[in-house]
Design a protein. Structure first.
Length: 254
C-alpha cells in the first residue's frame, strides 16, 4: 500500500537519503528545503525529482506558510513525518582547525553566545515542535502514524561540540518523550534516530584531529553513512507499530 510521508529538511545530507529510501519503498514523499534547495541538475538525474518539494523555514510562521498551504490542500492522511532540519554553528565554520577543542563554552561575547543559542533552539527546539504541531491533524487520520526526529549522539554523551548545539540536541530527547505521551491516545508514535559522526553533512566541517579521536573510541572504527541513518528512520516511519518515546543511538558503539 502506498503511503504518504513528509520529510522536513529533505534536501540535507540525511534528508536526501531518507527521501530516496522512502521513494524506493514505493511511497509518495513531500519534502521541504530552506537554505539548501535541491540542485536542478541533481533532480534532473535523480529519483529525488519524484518527490514534491516545498520551500519551508521552520523558524517562523511566515517561513512555514508554503508547508501550511500544502497540508491544508491535502486530501488524504499523512502516514508519517520526519524532521531532519539542522543548523551548523558558525563556530564550527570559523574554527575548523586541527585543534581538538574547536569550541569552548567561554568563547565569544555575550551577544554572540545568546545569538548562537537562540538560533539553535529556533531550529532544533521551537521550530521542530511547531512544524510537527501543524501536521498532527493529518497524522490523526492515518492507520499507523509515526513521527521521527533526527537527534544526535550529542544528546546522549559528552563530546566536543558547541554548547548551544549540544543543549538543543538534548532538548530533542525531551521533546520526543513528551510528545509520545501527549499523542499516544491517537496512536501516533514519536521517536528520534540519533547518529554519531557521519561521512558527510555537518560532520565534514569537523577537524581531522577530532575525527581521528572519534574513530579511536568507535567500536566499528568508521564514520556512519547517511543511508544507514535513513534505513532506520524508514523502518520507524513505515513499519513501527509499538515503539514510542525512544531515542535510538546510531554511533557504531562509541
Amino acid at each position: 500500500m502506498t503511503k504518504l510521508f513528509l520529510v522536513v529538511g529533505g534536501s540535507g545530507f540525511v534528508g536526501q537519503a531518507l527521501v530516496m529510501s522512502l521513494l524506493n519503498e514505493g511511497h509518495e514523499v513531500a519534502a521541504t528545503y530552506h537554505t539548501n534547495p535541491p540542485n536542478a541538475s541533481v533532480l534532473k538525474n535523480s529519483k529525488l525529482s519524484q518527490a514534491t518539494w516545498i520551500s519551508c523555514d521552520v523558524r517562523n510562521p511566515d517561513g512555514r506558510r508554503n508547508l501550511r498551504e500544502y497540508l491544508k490542500n491535502l486530501q488524504r492522511p499523512l502516514d508519517g513525518v520526519a524532521v531532519t532540519v539542522g543548523k551548523t554553528s558558525e563556530t564550527i565554520k570559523k574554527n575548523n582547525s586541527d585543534r581538538l577543542n574547536f569550541y569552548r563554552s567561554f568563547e565569544g561575547t555575550e551577544d554572540e553566545t545568546a545569538a548562537w543559542m537562540d538560533e539553535a533552539f529556533n531550529v532544533h527546539g521551537k521550530g521542530t515542535y511547531l512544524t510537527i504541531k501543524e501536521t498532527i491533524p493529518l497524522l490523526q487520520k492515518a492507520a499507523n502514524p509515526n513521527i521521527v526526529i533526527t537527534g544526535s549522539l550529542i544528546g546522549h554523551k559528552a563530546v566536543n561540540t558547541p554548547v548551544a548545539y549540544a543543549a538543543t540536541k538534548a532538548c530533542t530527547r525531551g521533546l520526543v518523550e513528551a510528545l509520545s505521551k501527549d499523542l499516544g491516545e491517537f496512536n501516533i508514535k514519536v521517536n528520534s534516530v540519533d547518529p554519531g559522526m557521519l561521512e558527510q553533512g555537518a560532520s565534514s566541517l569537523i577537524s581531522d584531529q577530532l575525527k581521528r579521536e572519534y574513530l579511536k573510541h568507535c567500536s566499528l572504527r568508521r564514520l556512519g553513512k547517511a543511508e544507514e541513518v535513513a534505513n532506520v528512520m524508514t523502518y520507524f516511519l513505515d513499519e513501527n507499530t509499538y515503539v514510542t518515546g525512544q531515542s535510538i543511538l546510531l554511533d557504531g558503539a562509541l
